[in-house]
Design a protein around this ligand. Sequence first.
Ligand SMILES: [Zn+2]
Length: 435
Amino acid sequence: MKKRILSIVSSIFLASSLAACQSTPEPAKTAATTEKTPVEESSEQVKKGITADAELTNSNAAGTMQVYYLDVGQGDSIYIKTPNGDDILIDGGNNDRGDDVVAYLKKYHVDDLEVMIATHPDADHIGGLDTVLQNMDVKAVYMPKVTHTTKTFEDFVLAVKNEGLKLKEAKAGVSLALAGVDAEFVGPVTSYGEDLNSSSAVLKVTNGENRFLFTGDATVEAEQDMIASGTNLQADVLKLGHHGANTSTGEAFLTKVQPKYAIVSAGKDNQYGHPTAETLQKMQVHHIQVFRTDEQGTIIATSDGSTITFNTDPAKIEQNTVKNKAAVTPANPVATQTPHATTTSQTAVTSLNATVDNPTPEQYETIHLDVAGMSGAPFTAIFHYKSKDTTYTGTVGTTLPVRISLAAAGFEVQIDITVQADGKQYQTQTSFIPK
Ligand SMILES: [Zn+2]
């Protein structure tokens, strides 16, 4: 089975050099597409995820681009209408979401797709793409050069073949041949073997001064490679990698991208705990506004080349109401250390210390934790509440606000702060007593 799919893939893949040097722009579509028949709003499921019908124009004002982070439950599917009226689809949700994606596209008056991108072969990204291929005229399909042995992947590859298309390789440096917008892959930078998430195609789309980054499920390892490649990763809107999991969105990547807005594409109450409390905490530390498909349905971003507006207000982040305790367990289990241990390496740091601005806060009050001494280094802070431990992440030198919720009155909450740097671990402590 694996061999067969492999052979289909290699036969269907265009020579990568061909894809890489394709530079002839496709003829720009006319923006005047008003003669199209509006599609009946038949699907209740689709209506649910859409809040602003006014956004559903079938042609864009000059210079205006729209990005729809479609609500497809646990998975990714993003539709982009460029200022020239070209249509790009990144991923198509799970197998059972293909019909929904087609319904969304029809509702948005999409008659064909200039570009389809399969970020990587996981089912929550390519599952619905075969249905899209069967229902829409697709001009070009991009995917990183990776393979998989699932029926889902085989269905996708066959659907591409049945369209008479060859896969074009998505990799860093490849640009989409579209007029009026700059769309270029910044990842994958290298090959990651069977690590599908790391292999994710990462697309950067620039419309005037507005930049969008679409990361698939790219991991911290892939992020490091993108940083090392020297590509300009700055973007206003970042689709968080891997549905907001801890395996993506490292501090270094966030510092490079410097997004103002982050999008989480995830399913309501999904079994993976996506997005994690740590990822959301990072968004707070960096003052990034978050939009979530699991809570807000389809998120629509409109870019006019200088300003980006959204169809809804940012999601509220409840700092201390972590539903899933497992979600706050750090990937690196520093919680297992003796809280008051002082490591020998501490001598290397003369002044790592931590303070809270209010040692006796009221319940539900927000306190501010400041860690000083190793400016710029990421830290984890474990709050030892009476009932449980909660871990937060932050950056040394940047104030971390923490809402303490219903912390037990009179119980001293110890805070253990750990900084990992140069393969060593540094610790400090502080505490507060809720009134
Ligand atoms: Zn995924």
